[in-house]
Design a protein around this ligand. Structure first.
Ligand code: NDP
Length: 263
């Protein structure tokens, strides 16, 4: 039996086991997907090998260290420098980033977009800015502090801290900060948020499973919006196809994975 897991700290809340096991069960695949609570990220590769895993997902806060422990990093993950999916291939650990492509698939229903403002400058902001740029959508980044902006400056992505930002029109506003995850905070001071939402066409919060203060503001502006559920689904669909070595279509995976959200 092939064994997969999700590494994270915390990890008990993760929906990934439910999502991936639903696919394995529906498609009759002899595999199971577990959770692994990992506090010391430097042990990720050792634990992966000791458990004789076939593949894994990686969540907060280990995506950057996972990137460093791969034998090979493929696709957009090499630019993002963060890995959320690992596959063992002929004894070598191969890293991918399906968060980025998953987000792009999740926003297809909004139709064509030309610009996006990403709130936050962490790993998710990096993934989304690179993926949007690869799709021809001009991405800018706005963060409360300056320290994390260097990555974007090096990538040639416009990036601002709150105190040097002048509101401009953007098609889509994306919250990738953790504001609202376990508190009641907005990702930006209210007047600044109001100024950008007033000129936007749509919005996404990558947090899922709750109505954040950001989404409440988006609703007050009557904008089309999504929370992070579709991104979660799509990154999982893409990861599962990598686990199954591209032998199964995305549609065959998406059906059972989507139904697992109703459980
Ligand atoms: P990071 O810790 O790498 O980055 C967090 C960012 O949020 C930083 O830029 C930080 O700013 C900013 N921030 C934190 N608190 C506040 C606040 N109160 N006000 C304003 N800014 C704040 O996190 P990740 O990028 O890894 O994850 C971010 C979010 O994305 C999490 O909520 C996570 O759950 C979600 N996520 C969802 C996914 C999905 O599939 N739906 C996939 C991946 C992530 P500063 O630099 O100033 O500290």
């Amino acid at each position: 039996m092939n064994v997969f897991t999700i590494f994270g700290d915390p990890v008990s809340h993760s929906r990934s086991p439910l999502m991936h096991n639903a696919v394995f069960k529906t498609l009759g695949i002899d595999a199971c997907y577990t959770r692994t609570h990992l506090t010391d990220g430097s042990q990720l590769r050792n634990v992966f090998m000791a458990k004789a895993l076939s593949g894994a997902n990686v969540t907060v806060p280990h995506k950057e260290t996972a990137y460093l422990q791969c034998d090979e990093v493929r696709g957009i993950a090499a630019t993002i420098k963060a890995v959320n999916t690992l596959v063992l291939e002929k004894g070598r650990l191969i890293g991918y980033n399906t968060d980025a492509e998953g987000f792009v698939r999740a926003i297809e229903s909004f139709g064509p977009l030309t610009s996006a403002l990403i709130l936050g400058a962490g790993g998710t902001a990096r993934a989304l800015s690179i993926a949007l740029r690869a799709r021809g959508i001009e991405a800018s980044v706005l963060n409360r502090s300056r320290a994390r902006l260097e990555y974007f400056q090096n990538e040639g992505i416009a990036s601002y801290a709150w105190d040097d930002f002048l509101p401009a029109p953007y098609d889509m506003i994306i919250n990738t900060t953790s504001a609202g995850l376990s508190d009641n905070e907005l990702p930006l001071p209210a007047p600044l948020l109001d100024a950008i939402l007033s000129r936007a066409r749509c919005a996404v919060d990558v947090i899922y499973g709750k109505e954040t203060p950001f989404l409440r503001e988006v609703k007050a502006h009557e904008l089309p919006y999504k929370d992070g559920s579709d991104m979660l689904l799509q990154q999982g669909v893409l990861a599962n196809r990598l686990f199954l070595r591209d032998l199964v279509s995305l549609d065959e995976i998406e059906g059972p994975m989507k139904r697992s959200f109703l459980l």
